[in-house]
Design a protein around this ligand. Structure first.
Ligand code: MN
Length: 229
């Protein structure tokens, strides 16, 4: 194989590995994805031990439990999520837990180049929420006020508009049971396991801190993809 061809293949796999489509079309048995960065590379916002436990223990448990609960599932993950009301709560928690975390790892990055919001996305956010500051404040507000465990999301809703919503436990806006449905373009885990070692009870501080490690390049790509779905 010549090296240019190898590079093209490699590039192709990076593009598809980062897509919503690849997350949605995963088949069973589910796989714990490798992190694309070191667990100590996000310490300005999330400490190493939290990353290790969160990925290696919590996420792994969702994967293992989902595979144990659905040993012969032939559907893609997205098909299970879109018909989740027909499954028991354990499936909802664990398949949801897997999709949510696989998505979450992708919207974080230590790469400063990816931490700059692309101008297209910035304009979209400004036209929808007035300003990036307003947008961040609303995400923080919904994330901080989500009682107990859950997630705060930025989605493209049914009208293809950007919308902020929060869900409980491992629910997400792709599920047929969600009160507000849409395609996630950003999601932030607000379970205590996501922040407690560094921030203890101060969830609002965690939410303020996490902006510094958001992969806006990836969010922009998810958003472009969501617009076509
Ligand atoms: Mn989590």
């Amino acid at each position: 194989m010549n090296s240019i061809f190898a590079i093209m293949l490699l590039f192709g796999s990076f593009v598809s590995a980062g897509s919503l489509k690849s997350l949605n079309n995963e088949k069973f048995p589910l796989q714990l994805p490798k992190l694309e960065y070191a667990t100590d590379s996000l310490i300005q916002a999330v400490d190493k031990e939290t990353m290790e436990i969160h990925h290696g223990k919590h996420h792994k448990a969702y994967v293992d439990n989902a595979n144990n609960l659905l040993p012969k599932e032939n559907k893609k993950v997205i098909q299970v999520l879109k018909s989740i009301s027909q499954y028991p709560a354990g499936v909802k928690n664990n398949v949801g837990g897997h999709w949510n975390h696989a998505f979450f790892w992708k919207v974080l990055t230590p790469d400063v180049k990816k931490q700059t919001m692309p101008s297209r996305l910035q304009k979209e956010i400004e036209s929808t929420f007035g300003s990036v500051e307003n947008f961040k404040a609303e995400v923080e507000k919904q994330g901080a006020s989500r009682f107990g465990s859950g997630w705060v999301w930025v989605i493209r809703n049914g009208d293809k508009k950007l919308e902020i919503t929060a869900t409980e436990y491992q629910d997400n806006p792709l599920m047929d049971s969600a009160a507000v449905k849409g395609t996630p373009v950003l999601g932030i885990d607000v379970w205590e396991h996501a922040y407690y070692l560094k921030y203890q009870n101060k969830r609002a501080d965690y939410l303020k801190g996490i902006w510094s490690i958001i992969n806006w390049k990836q969010v922009d790509e998810f958003d472009r993809e969501a617009l076509k779905m």
